[in-house]
Design a protein around this ligand. Structure first.
Ligand code: C2E
Ligand code: MG
Ligand code: MG
Ligand code: MG
Length: 292
């Protein structure tokens, strides 16, 4: 009967709800230990200049190597950590891991590229953020050019004034700030005039739709032209096909990151790319200067 099937639907719904809640509770119970136990691992995804084919940097992305569940992707736990505040500790841990890694590559004589780390919207309003980052760089004797900070676009819409101050301070100290997920939120193009950033990271969804469709293609084109007019380099995320890369090149977007070039990699694999033949010097700003 109808009632029966409703009953079943409800039961099924309850079960999956309960399961999701249990899973969340498990994550919360385990996060402290996982952090101390070194279960949060840094993966690296290269970023390229499509024109020269050289790697210009890489993004550090967290993976949870769970002893029983295997690799857990960030979408499963980052939103939860943002709600319960644990994200700040995870992020600081990640930044330090990246510094340790950079130091290690330097000792091995590898050709360093700057590494971009993600900064949660929760971290931005921490008054110690800039101090903490500077201490890390000092502790590991790293030049501020080696660490780029990715701040998601939606963070810019909250307390813009404080954010602008923080971003200015970071840049005064020589730390590049990249606006992540640009185009995913509600910020206006106008905002770009007021908020100082070094690179716009175009959100993946710009490529997700049919960019060959005239309208979407035009939007992408307009965003890149607007950024160029503001002397802002644009890096496209989520580039998966040669066609996408060629289209981006045709509209003047040369910096790219995506599966077409490489998936996020474990450090042992990423290191192999740092032999110097495939990278540009971390201090070579020509990719930025070409916009100025
Ligand atoms: P994001 O910062 O925008 O990072 C880019 C995401 O796109 C990564 O997902 C990356 O693996 C994925 N990606 C790269 N190229 C392609 C492609 O060609 N196709 C597709 N479909 N995806 C691609 P991931 O690693 O799962 O991370 C998801 C999000 O989690 C990140 O988005 C970032 O917002 C957050 N996240 C990751 N690591 C950290 C971290 O250490 N701290 C903080 N606060 N957030 C992090
Ligand atoms: Mg990012
Ligand atoms: Mg740089
Ligand atoms: Mg992004």
């Amino acid at each position: 009967s109808i009632k029966d099937s409703y009953g079943k639907r409800y039961a099924w719904f309850d079960d999956s709800m309960r399961e999701a809640l249990l899973e969340q509770q498990e994550i919360v119970n385990e996060m402290e230990f996982a952090l101390r136990d070194g279960q949060f691992i840094t993966y690296f995804q290269p970023q390229y200049n499509y024109e020269t084919g050289k790697m210009i940097g890489a993004e550090a992305l967290v993976r949870w190597q769970h002893p029983r569940k295997g690799t857990i992707l960030p979408n499963k736990f980052i939103p939860l950590f943002e709600r319960n505040g644990f994200i700040s500790r995870l992020d600081e841990y990640m930044w330090e891991q990246v510094c340790i890694q950079l130091k290690d590559w330097e000792r091995k004589g590898l050709n360093l590229v700057p590494i971009s780390v993600n900064v949660s919207r929760r971290d931005i309003y921490n008054p110690h953020l800039v101090g903490n980052i500077l201490s890390l760089l000092q502790e590991y004797e790293l030049s501020p050019e080696m660490l780029h900070l990715e701040i998601t676009e939606s963070a810019y819409t909250q307390n813009a004034e404080q954010l602008v101050n923080t971003v200015n301070l970071l840049r005064i100290h020589g730390i590049e700030v990249h606006m992540d997920d640009f185009g995913s939120g509600y910020s206006s193009l106008n905002m770009l005039q007021n908020v100082p950033v070094d690179i716009l990271k175009l959100d993946m969804r710009f490529l997700g739709g049919d960019y060959k469709d005239e309208r979407s293609g035009n939007i992408l084109n307009a965003v890149v032209r607007m950024a160029t007019a503001l002397r802002l380099p644009v890096l496209a995320e989520g580039v998966e096909t040669k066609e996408q890369a060629e289209f981006l090149r045709s509209i003047g977007c040369l910096l790219m990151q995506g599966y077409l070039f490489s998936r996020p990699m474990a450090v042992e694999d990423f290191e192999k790319l740092l032999d110097g033949s495939q990278t540009v010097s971390a201090l070579d700003k020509s990719y930025v200067e070409s916009f100025q």
